[in-house]
Design a protein around this ligand. Structure first.
Ligand code: FER
Length: 591
């Protein structure tokens, strides 16, 4: 207890100095994993002491009706064409039009203004269309609206307002008829929308075999947020509940929120918008990055697990953990094993303080024990806030010492999110630093390279042993492209595998090399083995597993954490060797 208090004071000092040191360049803090609730009175009142967005109409030509149509648009306070915004398309019910969400009970602009003013969400655009695209020769205007939205309205908005214009910054929502349209349009246009919110969906909701033509596989993969809500006394509750039940059965992550005792009215729709906007924020909707953000687990009120995080699996074992942006390693400052010792970046040295033992826990988290002894990577005081410091601390495996490894869009590159932030914050090289000594802290997920890490297996003996003296001196791992001589070989006809080799460091008695193995065939190699001749003695190897070396014959196999090599994929194998013959490996055989 006392120990934790000391640590807390130190941590607070470190964290606050960090914040004053230059947090300005960082993105604004986003909320921790959002829990849906019923808002307190006032959430949609007009407040005069805050900034207000602007509401206006615009007219666009619709190819779907061959006529001009009108829509309403909310631009947030301080809207500026020099910034980019995410866009929510928000749909009305059966008797309504583009005014319904801001008149006749709808309080969109007040909800948005209040959430923005209180810092709960970042500014974004809300478009309120007329969802009944009727006209000459049009049979069903509600159906025809799909064509209008996709073919005319969205292109108009993206060309006349400052929007990000991609699926990860575009949401669709609606109430009743608009809730049905939201299901019908959103779930079948996942390349246009990553976020779908259906409130009190009406009988125009299509059957689940139409909404999920592939059984839900694409929805599972592509939806970043799927929210379904309804009042419990609403006679139409079965339409949304059906979709919810289907998703639960098929393991499609979604948030289902029912409003006890409430009916088919604004006491559900305004709070649903309030919840949906905050959940959007939580899953990265307003984040500038267009990469696949790590999803925080948006909770469901009573049911299904939420949004779809791609959790990765790293096998138990010892790793060097390299920051992608800096190409430097997670290490304990001064290679000193003691509680509250800082964790920072350092050039690759093979030092014990750069070795981390991954241990998978039964709850899907991992711990990272350091090579210097019985210490684990630890977020100071287990705090859920930006800038909380990463350090080592006596190993006890508590919340502050649990992490979850998430995939990124690149193979073998991961984000390491912290359990104490419920996955909303990630291990972050502070301020995009790349120099030795750059501090590591926890920061809201941004998807940027200073939050991306590569696990390189350590083949040398782990922590319990003395540091390996024969390890290479400090050699920084520069990005592949900046390196000079590359020896490339033509693909071997039989395997379609190519080899690119370069020396990435040289200190006379030894050197560091990198061998890039690329699969140029059209087949996937599942669990491969490579043998080749190398005339120096390999001291350590990462990026794959060293089976052994006998004379000059070296055998390397696919890493257990990434056994398969897909067509077009590469694996980068780094190694340190003792000896002066730095020539490219030869006599490759790949199976
Ligand atoms: C219906 C009942 C309600 C229906 C639509 C609604 C298409 C829509 C209600 C609303 O938008 O408020 O049978 O059929």
């Amino acid at each position: 207890m006392r120990k934790r208090i000391t640590k807390q004071i130190l941590a607070l000092m470190t964290a606050s100095s960090l914040i004053f040191a230059g947090a300005i360049v960082k993105p604004l803090e986003v909320n921790a994993a959002y829990q849906v609730s019923i808002p307190a009175n006032g959430f949609d009142y007009q407040k005069n002491n805050i900034a207000h967005g602007t509401m206006s109409y615009f007219t666009y030509f619709s190819k779907a009706t061959n006529s001009n149509r009108r829509a309403k648009i909310y631009l947030p306070p301080n809207y500026s064409p020099s910034q980019k915004y995410s866009v929510l398309y928000l749909h009305h019910g059966i008797g309504g039009n583009e005014d319904e969400w801001t008149k006749s009970g709808g309080t969109t602009e007040k909800i948005a203004d209040n959430l923005i003013a209180s810092g709960k969400i970042k500014p974004s655009i809300i478009v309120m269309p007329n969802g009944n695209a009727s006209g000459n020769g049009v049979g069903d205007g509600w159906e025809n609206y799909t064509k209008d939205l996709i073919g005319s309205l969205i292109p108009y908005v993206d060309s006349h307002y400052s929007t990000y214009a991609d699926r990860t910054h575009r949401a669709i929502a609606g109430l009743s008829m608009g809730g049905g349209q939201t299901f019908n349009i959103g779930l079948t246009n996942l390349d246009t929308f990553a976020y779908v919110g259906s409130f009190s969906a009406a009988p125009n909701t299509k059957s689940t075999n139409v909404l999920f033509p592939d059984g839900g596989a694409a929805a599972k993969q592509k939806l970043k947020l799927f929210y379904i809500s309804c009042g419990t006394t609403d006679s139409l509750i079965s339409f949304g509940a059906n979709v919810h039940n289907f998703c639960t059965q098929r393991g499609i992550n979604h948030v289902y929120q029912t409003y006890p005792g409430r009916g088919h009215d604004w006491t559900v729709w305004n709070p649903s918008l309030w919840n949906f906007l905050q959940m959007l924020e939580d899953v990265g909707y307003t984040s500038g990055s267009t990469s696949n953000p790590t999803q925080s687990q948006a909770p469901s009120v009573s049911q299904a697990p939420a949004a779809t995080p791609a959790t990765a699996s790293i096998s138990d074992g010892w790793y060097y953990i390299k920051n992608v942006n800096a190409q430097k390693y997670l290490q304990v400052k001064d290679n000193k094993g003691s509680a509250v010792q800082n964790v920072e970046l350092g050039s690759g040295s093979g030092a014990a303080g750069q070795k981390w033992l991954v241990t998978n826990n039964s709850d899907g988290t991992i711990t990272l024990t350091n090579g210097l002894g019985n210490f684990m990577l630890d977020i100071a005081n287990g705090e859920d806030k930006d800038g909380a410091n990463a350090q080592i601390y006596d190993a006890y495996g508590g919340n502050a010492q649990k992490f979850i490894v998430k995939k990124t869009s690149a193979a073998n590159v991961y984000t390491i999110v912290t359990n104490c932030s419920s996955g909303s914050k990630a291990l972050d090289a502070y301020n995009h630093g790349t120099t030795d000594g750059t501090n590591i802290c926890q920061w809201s997920y941004t998807g940027e390279k200073n939050q991306q890490w590569v696990f390189e297996a350590v083949n040398a003996a782990p922590a319990s042993q003395a540091p390996v003296v024969s390890q290479a001196p400090v050699v920084s791992q520069a990005p592949v492209v900046s390196q000079a001589p590359v020896v490339s070989q033509a693909p071997a006809a039989s395997t379609g595998i190519t080899y690119d080799y370069k020396v990435t460091g040289d200190w006379g008695s030894g050197f560091q090399g990198e061998l890039i193995v690329t699969n140029k065939s059209d087949k996937t190699y599942n669990g491969w083995t490579l043998t080749c001749s190398i005339n120096s003695k390999i001291a350590s190897l990462w990026g794959a597993e060293l089976v052994g070396q006998s004379g000059s014959k070296v055998t390397i196999k696919s890493p257990s954490w990434s056994a398969s090599l897909a067509p077009g994929a590469s694996v980068s194998i780094g190694f340190v060797a003792d000896g002066s013959d730095k020539s490219a490996p030869s006599n490759y055989t790949f199976s």
